[in-house]
Design a protein around this ligand. Structure first.
Ligand code: ADP
Ligand code: MG
Length: 558
């Protein structure tokens, strides 16, 4: 027998990292800007606890594209590295200096905002570069270091003459990645991933017109100056306290998030927890259409203000993916598959927290200003009804604010409706029957007849309403829903009282024959009398169960 050790050498790992670590090559920029941000935040923390005795100032990060020389530069004014630290942090793959920092200072610095985690981000540079240089000067009194590596496990390190503190990363872009030398591409990437990061990021310069000084001459020309073009908002609304934000602040942040959306959101929900997991964010209820397919992928997921994805499936309960906004949490494990995500206990807690917050907000909106809530109902009901169907806990909470509008624009909660109709509307099995219509125009005569009897008729026209009725029938005691034109209504309304026919006997006979031919009798029933005189000459009804079965088949599932 021979025993051995499998030899994992860096030679083997390098090409693997390059190829498979990240499927998306574009994220190299996100990783390098994240490292520059971390380096700056570390310096900020170290100066604030007195460990680094230097002036923090107001550092920025700069990204530069040098198309002629095929280079991209990422420059920061953070804490820098000594030659020794470069050896330790850069040359050891999968050793995270970010994690080490957080661990070391966990008692002194809370909520550090440090992004790095796995110690792999830096190497994503080799997905697009054939050679990478680091020129770095530590805040400590030591000479600057210059590290060079061509993507093989061999590197060189020497002294450099950089005198100002911070780190410059230089990527020599590979032949197959020259797309990243396009300024507009880099700008798009910065706006996608770094738009809300905490340290200002400069990308080029821009012209700005200075306001004229007070009392200036009428013909004076306003002065133009060239200023840094800072691409990010370092203080996005979700990182602030809800008490510091006004309604207008939430709205303007919405426009910042969705520059192409011109309609204001209906309301917002500010999320803010730090135990047992960390999560902040703002969710918005937009005006929703009934087309559920149009509304996916709108919530953006961030980690410490770095954009990660706009596919929040698995993290946010499905019925809430119709909302818009931002969620930021360092506690969502993102380097794992979606199916694993759904099983992760932290993620489950996050998902149910969000559901609870949304329900609580809806409840307070309802009780604080019912009139306004009723006005918004039609624009938000799809989400609520969908939630009631898919989440038991939400269903229970929604009792307090789910509304059932009548054809006359009165809005009842379920309990209110129940109390209102229980005296009048029972059928012979002593069940409470709730009448509804899905089409006010088409079923006008039935609605009028029911109202003449003093019955309430609900207007239920959202796409999943048949499922919701089914759900209520099974959870509530002794209620059933019947569309105003269903045969069921016979048991509620004494039709003989009001039956009038516009047809002569002769007409009836010939019409009957014709209708028999064109209308399948197993599906519909034809009645040659109507319930009040100014109505159509005959009516066609369909058994409630038949119609609903068909609808359920259309909306999928039961
Ligand atoms: P992580 O960020 O997860 O720790 P990375 O591979 O992205 O891992 O970076 C490795 C380490 O290299 C960092 O933790 C940090 O110590 C060091 N480093 C990378 N970029 C910089 C920088 N711009 N300034 C200072 N240190 C840096
Ligand atoms: Mg990193």
């Amino acid at each position: 027998m021979t025993k051995g050790t499998i030899n994992v050498s860096v030679e083997n790992i390098f090409p693997l990292i390059k190829k498979f670590l990240y499927s998306d090559h574009e994220i190299f920029l996100r990783e390098l800007v994240s490292n520059a941000t971390d380096a700056t935040l570390k310096l900020k923390h170290l100066t604030s606890i007195g460990e680094a005795k230097v002036e923090y100032g107001s550092p920025i990060i700069e990204v530069k594209v040098d198309k002629d020389n095929k280079k991209i530069h990422v420059i920061d004014q953070g804490l820098g590295m000594t030659a020794e630290e470069v050896q330790k942090y850069i040359n050891e793959v999968a050793f995270s200096g970010a994690e080490e920092f957080v661990e070391k200072y966990k008692d002194k610095i809370s909520d550090s905002g440090i992004i790095g985690h796995f110690g792999l981000g830096f190497y994503s540079a080799f997905m697009v570069a054939e050679k990478v240089e680091i020129i770095t000067k530590s805040y400590k009194d030591e000479p600057a270091a210059h590290w060079t590596c061509d993507g093989s496990p061999n590197f060189t390190i020497e002294e450099a003459d950089k005198t100002n503190r911070g780190t410059e990363i230089i990527l020599h872009i590979a032949e197959d990645s020259t797309e990243f030398l396009d300024e507009s591409r880099i700008k798009t990437l910065l706006l996608k991933y770094n738009k809300f990061m905490p340290i200002p990021i400069k990308f080029g310069t821009k012209e700005e017109t200075l306001p004229l000084p007070e009392g200036a001459d009428k013909d004076a020309k306003p002065e133009k100056v060239t200023v840094d073009n800072i691409i990010n908002n370092t203080n996005p609304a979700w990182t602030k306290q809800p008490t510091d934000l006004k309604d207008e602040d939430y709205k303007s942040f919405y426009r910042e998030l969705y520059p192409m959306q011109f309609e204001d959101p209906l309301f917002n929900i500010h999320l803010n927890v730090d135990y047992p997991f960390n999560l902040t964010g703002i969710l918005y209820f937009p005006k929703l259409s009934n087309d559920l397919n149009l509304q996916k992928d709108r919530i953006q997921l961030y980690q410490n203000q770095v954009f990660v994805t706009d596919n929040v499936e698995g993290i946010v309960p499905e019925f809430l993916t119709m909302l818009r906004g931002v969620i930021d949490s360092p506690d969502i494990p993102l380097n794992v598959s979606r199916s694993y995500l759904q099983a992760d206990s932290n993620v489950k807690k996050i998902s149910s927290y969000i559901t609870r917050k949304v329900a609580d907000k809806l409840k307070s909106l309802f009780s604080d200003n019912r009139e306004d809530f009723e006005k918004k109902w039609n624009d938000i009901k799809v989400v609520i009804e969908y939630g009631m169907l898919s989440d038991e806990k939400f269903f229970e909470k929604a009792e307090a604010f789910a509304l059932y509008p009548t054809v006359d624009d009165a809005y009842f909660t379920y309990d209110e409706l129940y109390n209102k109709i229980k005296a009048k509307q029972t059928d012979k099995d002593d069940k409470l029957v709730i009448l509804y219509t899905s089409d006010k125009e088409a079923q006008h005569s039935y609605i009028e007849a029911a109202k003449a009897k003093g019955y309430e008729v609900l207007l239920m026209d959202s796409p999943i309403v048949s499922h919701l009725m089914q759900k209520l029938e099974t959870t509530k005691e002794k209620v059933s829903f019947a569309r105003v034109d269903a045969d069921h209504i016979d048991k509620l309304i004494d039709k003989d009282e009001a039956k009038v026919s516009k047809l002569t006997e002769e007409e009836k006979i010939s019409l009957e024959d014709l209708l028999k031919e064109v209308i399948p009798s197993e599906k519909f029933m034809v009645q040659l009398e109507t319930m009040n005189s100014d109505d159509a000459p005959f009516i066609i009804t369909q058994p409630e169960f038949m119609r609903r079965m068909k609808e359920m088949q259309q909306t999928g599932g039961g």
